[in-house]
Design a protein around this ligand. Sequence first.
Ligand SMILES: C[S@@+](CC[C@H](N)C(=O)[O-])C[C@H]1O[C@@H](n2cnc3c(N)ncnc32)[C@H](O)[C@@H]1O
Length: 229
Amino acid sequence: MNHEQEPAKIQSMFNHIARRYDFLNHFFSFNIDAHWRCQTVKAVFEKEPEVVLDVAAGTMDLSVAFAKQFPEADIIALDFACEMLKGGLHKLKNHRIFPLNGDGLALPFRENSADILSIAFGIRNLENLSRGLDEFYRVLKPGGTLLILEFTPNRNPLFNLYSGFIMPLIGRIVSQDPDAYHYLHRSVQAFPPVDVLKGRMEDAGFTKVSYRKMTMGIAALHQGEKQKN
Ligand SMILES: C[S@@+](CC[C@H](N)C(=O)[O-])C[C@H]1O[C@@H](n2cnc3c(N)ncnc32)[C@H](O)[C@@H]1O
C-alpha cells in the first residue's frame, strides 16, 4: 500500500474538504464533470436495473444522474466519508436514493445483489485495487455491469501545469486543506493507464471489458460485465 492511500487519511481528507467539494469540482473541470457523469449513465441506458450501487458516491452527483435515468430503481449511494454524503443530502429530493456510510472494500451487501455498480473518481483512492474489483464482482448480479469513471495518468505538460500547480494552489486556498489537491494530482499520475486497468478488470473475472477516453483522454470510462451463469 502506498502510504498516501491509507484509508483513514483519505477519509479524513474528504470529510475536511466536503463543504467545498462540489464548487471546486465544477470550477476546476469547467463543469465537464457533469458531462462525464451523464455519459456514464448513458452507457447503460438500455438496462432496467432494480438496484444501482454507486460506490464512493461522495456528494452523490452520479447517484442523482442514475435516479433521473432510472426513477424506479433503488440507488444506494455508499461512501466512507460521512461529511461528503451530508454535503449532497439537499440533492436527494424525491429520488429513490439511499445514502449509506460504508467501505467500498467491504460492501455491506450479499453477493449477486446489484444490477449496476458504479464508481466515479473513487477507485484510485482505494487502498487495494484488486480487492476492490473482487468485491465489486462479488456484489454484482450475473450479467450486471461495472462502470468505472476515472481520470487517466497524463503526461501533457500543459495539463500537468494546471493539475500539478494551479489546482493545488487554488484548492489550498478555497478548501483550506493544505494537500488535498496535490494528492489529487499525485494519485491520478500513480493510477494505472487505461489498458492496464482493463487487464485488471479482466483478471477479476469481468468480461466484455472496454473503455472509452473522454475529453482528450483526461478521463476514461471503463465498463465490464459479470459473467452470466
Ligand atoms: C473524488 S471523490 C468522488 C465522489 C463522487 N463519486 C463524484 O463523482 O464526485 C472520491 C470519494 O471516494 C470516497 N472513498 C474513497 N475510498 C473509499 C472507500 N474505501 N470506501 C468508500 N468510499 C471511499 C471518498 O470518501 C470520496 O467521497
